[in-house]
Design a protein around this ligand. Structure first.
Ligand SMILES: *[C@@H]1O[C@H](CO)[C@@H](O)[C@H](O)[C@H]1NC(C)=O
Length: 432
């Protein structure tokens, strides 16, 4: 008792003397309440964009014969349309998942609130479709997990009136314990059932077991993204378009060399991008290429070597990554140096998982690094029009979404880089 008190005094004393800001500690895993629901009632409802004017509704039922229908309409309780979907399930060692339903609804009007019900019963949900044109707001946070900090991050995201959430990998931190995928689904349902959540996978989604389990089984079953809709053969990489932005979600843990399926798909996808229609080009993946934190140093190097020349030729505006549990924003960069025609790289793996923050940085800070801070938080990207976007990063410390970093960005379309590189891009895209 006495020694504890002494330790406390010493700690407080040091803190006061050093005058240093003390980073909050990691928070414990949440005990997500698991109410016993009728087994045919929808749980873990989330939505995602599924091609032009369509949305995929995903939910889980305990009942393995529950129907995969979604009734929906623009007024509460009155459903003018009904869509039939499909369902899947998986087993993982002794765990058996509920029935996972995926039902695509649409065509939907832009910028419109819809009311919907899953499986013909249970509570009504509400979603809002994104507008057809700018402005549009994306919220961004990776490495979420399900701790007290995650809760704080989710509360701040909910307050920000976003249209689409971008998640650069590491969702549930289930880490082989499958019921944690279910609790994560329940935790994010209030947000993810109301706005599309577009995700890509991180290392914590892999859950492979040598000789027994290939990777990403739970992730692919539960978080089905519009890969078929975007011409991809794998749920691990895909693209979508929303209000003047073309967004490419890549996989850091699947092949990416120039002979890989992912690379070939990326070339095909880039050849379809029309910068008149979608002036902003964003890319999202898990392992950062520009990272001056000591955590995960160099892990993105081989993917960067394989893909950066292509993304540079394509004039990608912004790259979002996660993995490192801290926030960092770069200048426009290419090939390791600031470059006005390169992408801004933002590491935002600070959603609040139980592993805590990555607090050690390389010194001196590299020339391309503009802002770095080890705090939990989330980002908001408001694309105002074809030329301007406003980026803010809000840290969670003290449980308030304090806006800590902010910057106006101008698009590469408006700076002339896109036009300048058209020829170079065409050459790469045409090469076998
Ligand atoms: C785009 O928005 C910015 C910031 O509000 C403004 O200064 C600019 O004039 C707008 N450009 C166009 C083409 O509307």
């Amino acid at each position: 008792m006495e020694s504890k008190l002494f330790l406390l005094l010493v700690t407080v004393g040091f803190t006061v003397i050093a005058g240093e800001y003390v980073r909050p500690q990691p928070r414990k895993d949440l005990q997500v309440p698991w109410d016993a629901k009728p087994s045919s009632q929808s749980q873990q409802v989330h939505i995602s964009l599924a091609g032009d004017k369509h949305m995929r509704v995903t939910w889980v039922t305990g009942d393995r014969s529950a129907p995969s229908i979604v009734e929906y309409g623009t007024s509460s309780g009155k459903y003018s349309s009904v869509a039939q979907g499909e369902s899947t399930s998986y087993s993982y060692m002794i765990y058996k998942s509920g029935l996972i339903h995926h039902t695509v609804i649409g065509p939907l009007e832009h910028d419109t609130v819809y009311f919907y019900k899953c499986g013909g019963q249970g509570p009504e949900f509400q979603l809002k479709t994104p507008a057809a044109q700018f402005p549009i707001t994306f919220s961004v946070a990776g490495d979420l997990g399900q701790t007290g900090w995650t809760k704080s991050t989710l509360e701040h995201i909910e307050r920000c009136k976003y249209d689409v959430h971008l998640l650069p990998g590491d969702l549930s931190y289930a880490d082989y314990l499958q019921p944690r995928w279910d609790t994560f689904g329940e935790l994010v349902q209030p947000l993810a059932s109301a706005r599309p959540w577009m995700v890509t996978q991180g290392n914590h989604e892999k859950e492979s077991i040598p000789f027994l389990k290939d990777g990403f089984e739970s992730y692919n079953s539960r978080w089905k993204m519009p890969y078929k809709e975007s011409g991809s053969s794998s749920n691990l990489y895909y693209s979508f378009e929303v209000a003047g932005a073309h967004i490419i979600m890549l996989g850091s843990y699947t092949d990416y060399d120039e002979h890989s399926d992912q690379y070939k798909w990326l070339k095909a996808d880039l050849s379809k991008v029309d910068r008149q229609k979608t002036p902003w080009l964003l890319v999202v993946f898990h392992v950062p290429w520009y990272n001056s934190n000591k955590a995960h140093q160099g892990e993105g190097d081989s993917m960067m070597a394989a893909m950066e020349p292509l993304l540079y030729a394509a004039s990608v505006d912004i790259v979002f990554a996660g993995h490192v549990h801290a926030y960092e924003r770069s200048n426009r960069v290419n090939s390791g140096k600031s470059n006005t025609c390169g992408a801004v790289h933002i590491t935002i793996g600070d959603g609040g998982n139980r592993e805590g923050l990555a607090q050690r940085y390389e010194h001196p800070s590299p020339e391309w690094s503009v802002f770095r801070e080890a705090s939990f938080g989330h980002g908001e990207l408001e694309i105002v029009n074809s030329t301007h976007a406003f980026w803010t990063w809000h840290r969670n410390d003290d449980d308030e979404p304090v806006r800590s970093d902010q910057v106006w960005m101008t698009s590469l379309v408006s700076s002339g880089c896109v036009a300048e590189k058209t020829h170079e891009l065409r050459k790469i895209l045409m090469s076998p």
